[in-house]
Each structure stands twice: as C-alpha cells, then as structure tokens.
Ligand binder design. Structure first.
Ligand code: C2O
Ligand code: CU
Length: 479
C-alpha cells in the first residue's frame, strides 16, 4: 500500500460534498497579445495559486500552475504558425517548459541542461517555434517534472487544421490525477521510492480540466470532437462512454484512420492524447455515465453526459467521420532502415541486480540509494545530461524494437519526432499509428519506425514521471 493511501480522501467523499453540478467554463482566457501579425504571442507565468479542485465545502487546493489556473491557458494556433511564448518563473525553484509532441528545433525543447539553461526563479525565457503538425499537444515542465507536473503545471497546445472537420463543438478534456489529503491539500510525498519502483504516483482524485466534474452537458444530435489529454504523472485511463460509440480520429495529435477503440475502451497512458468524434445519439433528457475502468476492481464514474431537453440538432446517418489530412511527416523506408533494440528493465519484481550509473556498473542497493531502479539498455539515467544511447544519421530511417522486460506499463516518449508503431509482440499493427508516446504493456515488445529528420539531442523516456526520475530515460542524438 502506498504510504499515503490511508490518509487520502477518496473521490466519493469529495463527490458527496460537491454542491454544484454545473459546468464551469472549460478554458480560462489565454494571455494573448498579437504585436506582430506573423507571430502568435502568449505569456505563461509559473507560480503558486489556490484552486477549487474538489469544490465547496472543501477548501481550495494550493497548487503550482500557469497563469493562476489549472490547467494553464490553452494555447491555440493554426498549423504552420509561428508561436512565441514568454515564460516567467514565479516558482521558488528552476523550471523549463517542454512542448510535448511538437516537432520543433532542439533549442526550444525545454529540457534542462540538455537543450537550455533552466529558468531560475524570477527569470524569463522566450520559446519560439513553428507548429508543423495540426493536432492536440500539451505543455509541461521538464525540470523535476514528477513534482512540477504533479502539482498542476500543464496546459493544452492545440494546433488547428486549415480545414477542420465539421463538428458542432470542439472540446478538450485534460485528465489529471492528484493525491490529496483530507484537507484537499496535495500530499507532498513526491518521488518516494515506493511510487518510483512500482506504478508511479497514482493518486486518489481525478479531475477533468482541473475540477471534479459531475456532469458534461450535451444536446441530442450534436457531433462533438473531444480532445483527451492525459496529464497525470502515472495514472492510465480506459474510458468507456456508455450508450455511445466514439471514433478515434487522431492519436498523439496525428491523424489515424477513424476507428472505434478496441473493446470500446479509450486507453490513454500518461502524456498520450486522443481526438475522438462522438455523436450524441441519446434522447433529450437522458443521462449516460463515462467510466474509467483501467485498474481492475477500481472502476469509477468519471462524469455523466447529460442531455438537455432541447430537440435533437439532427438525426445521424451511420457514417464514420472523415479522415483528417495527414501531417507532413517523412515516411520511414522499412527496407533500408537501420534497426536497434532498446530494452527496459528494473522496477519491483523486475529482478534487476545492477545497472550502469555514472559510467560504472553499480549494484541495486547503491542504485536505490541514488533513487534509481529502472534502466534503458542497462543504464540508469541520473539527470538529463546523458551520453547518447544512440546516434542516428539525419534523414535516415530507423526501426527501434522496444522491449519491456518489466512487470509494469510504460508510456515511452521520444522528443522531436513522431514514429509509426508498426508491430506489437511481432504482429503488425492494424493502423500503423503515428505516436510520440507508445504505451508498452508489461513484457510487451513494440517496433517503432521513423525518419530521424530533426537534428539534436532528444530525450527518450518513460512518461510515468516517477519512472523517468528513477532512471528510465535516455538521449537519442540525431546528427
Ligand atoms: Cu511530455 Cu519528455 O515529456
Ligand atoms: Cu515507466
């Protein structure tokens, strides 16, 4: 049992105390000022705030967040647009901002020490880049992210298609997970060894756009594009929409052949995104539950879709949504691709006896004294300044076989690129989806393929942030 489980409040007790079922506005206003027609400017200020995560009569929760809100402001731009984001650090520790999934120049990637000097308290840094791909992305710190993200620093980055699909509403749900104490404060046991060596910091309170939600209001006959972002440190989600059949139209921002999720469950590991199209085929006045059933025996109601009494907007023909236009990704040439195997090991029940740390073979006890329990090809990473695990030739195609030699799930994220998932456990994938974060089941193998077309040193790490800090991190260099 996690050290704080007994002290935590469960969601039900919070729900019982949640007085108001009305939807708060989904998005705070973003601090937008356009001084230059060709560049979209935004400002983000990381700092402390108090927010009603749980809602009355529970006290507000002290958080760290951007511009005083959880999530931070949604940054919305159009494909191909240049963005300039002024970041101010109002925290009492260093920070950076990483633009998760955006294929940007290395110097803008927000990795402390590796791509930039961390932003010290009171200092500023301006990020500027073009968003080459349309889709759903997000931003978060890369400095001590297991605590900074876990305290509320994250937001959506939405890049609009030049001709977006026809929907009645474009909605974003940022899913997050908190470990709260009875007074609704965040438990401060970040990075404890139990979380690091097991399945990460799975909390006791799930929020949608920074609040426990009771309901989400819909109207019969509307077609909704629902952008899901899993911003949790460690929690996986498997969403089931009772009475509805969502179509997946994009994963990690990248278009995919529209398809219904396997078993009608939308599985999202940390950092992963999915764009769904959901037709509201219920009748006026009806109510349907959205359940998260990822962890066996621990399913809970995320919220209810509540139909208004209005007459249906339309009656649906049984047609899947149209496929989104592809983003400008280079197609890997599998015949000429160079192949590498990357093995992930360690963790509880992993049987890891030793790993390389600071260039020396180190026994597991010493590793654990250094907070390390995970390894990538036998190397446990300490910090972001790492000797490259792989050095890839620019514009060459690569197939990486990812081998999960552990008893745990790992959402593996590569910076600066998107990759196709071409097989799992030796079986070709049906959709050959482009992702930036691939969820590996325990003991699973997956092959990913991509063209190494973005020069620089790129992180490749598990996005369970406790695993990342526990050594499950590497650098891939593209020269
Ligand atoms: Cu979303 Cu290296 O991170
Ligand atoms: Cu992991």
């Amino acid at each position: 049992m996690a050290p704080n489980e007994s002290r935590g409040v469960d969601r039900r007790s919070f729900l019982a105390g949640t007085a108001c079922a009305a939807m708060a506005p989904l998005w705070p206003m973003s601090a937008l000022s356009s001084s230059d027609a060709s560049v979209r400017e935004f400002s983000l200020s990381a700092g402390q705030a108090q927010v009603p995560l749980v809602g009355a009569p529970h006290p507000d929760t002290p958080v760290w967040c951007y511009n005083g809100s959880v999530p931070g402001p949604a940054i919305r731009v159009s494909q191909g647009e240049r963005v300039r984001i002024h970041v101010e650090n109002g925290l009492r520790e260093d920070t950076t901002v990483h633009w998760h999934g955006v294929r940007l120049p290395n110097a803008m990637d927000g990795v402390p020490h590796l791509t930039q000097k961390p932003i010290a308290p009171g200092e500023r840094f301006t990020y500027e880049f073009v968003c080459p791909d349309a889709g759903t992305f997000w931003y978060h710190p890369h400095q001590r992210s297991f605590e900074q993200v876990g305290r509320g620093l994250y937001g959506a980055l939405i890049v609009a298609e030049s001709s977006p699909p026809a929907v009645d509403r474009d909605v974003t749900w940022i899913l997050s997970d908190w470990r709260l104490l009875k007074n609704a404060a965040i438990s401060d046991d970040f990075g404890n060894m139990h979380d690091v060596s097991h399945n990460g910091r799975v909390g006791n309170t799930v929020t949608v756009n920074g609040r426990i939600r009771e309901t989400f209001a819909v109207r019969a006959g509307e077609r909704i594009r629902l952008r899901l972002v899993n911003a949790a440190n460690a929690r996986m989600f498997a969403l089931e929409f009772a009475g509805h059949q969502p179509w997946i139209i994009a994963m990690d921002g990248q278009p995919v052949e529209p398809h219904v999720p396997e078993g009608n469950r939308m599985v999202l590991g940390p950092a992963m995104r999915a764009d769904l199209v959901i037709d509201m085929r219920g009748k006026p006045g009806q109510r349907f539950t959205v359940t998260d059933a990822f962890y066996r025996g621990m399913a809970y109601r995320l919220l209810d879709l509540v139909y208004s009494d209005e007459v249906p907007v339309r009656t649906f023909a049984d047609e899947p949504p149209v496929r989104l236009a592809a983003n400008p990704l280079a197609e890997p040439d599998l015949k000429s691709a160079e192949r590498h195997e990357i093995v992930f090991s360690g963790g509880m029940m992993g049987g890891m006896m030793s790993a390389m740390m600071d260039g020396k073979q180190t026994d597991i006890r010493t590793l654990m004294h250094n907070g390390l329990v995970w390894a990538v090809n036998g190397i446990a990473a300490k910090g972001h300044m790492l000797k490259p695990l792989l050095t890839l030739d620019r514009d060459r195609s690569y197939v990486l076989e990812l081998v999960n030699d552990t008893a745990w799930h790992h959402p593996m994220h590569l910076h600066g690129h998107a990759f196709r998932v071409i097989s799992r456990n030796g079986t070709p994938t049906q959709h050959r989806e482009w992702l930036d974060t691939v969820l590996l089941d325990p003991r699973e193998r997956a092959e990913i393929a991509f063209v190494a077309d973005n020069p620089g040193d790129w992180m490749f790490h598990c996005h369970i942030l406790e695993h990342q800090t526990g050594g499950m991190m590497a650098v891939v260099r593209v020269v």
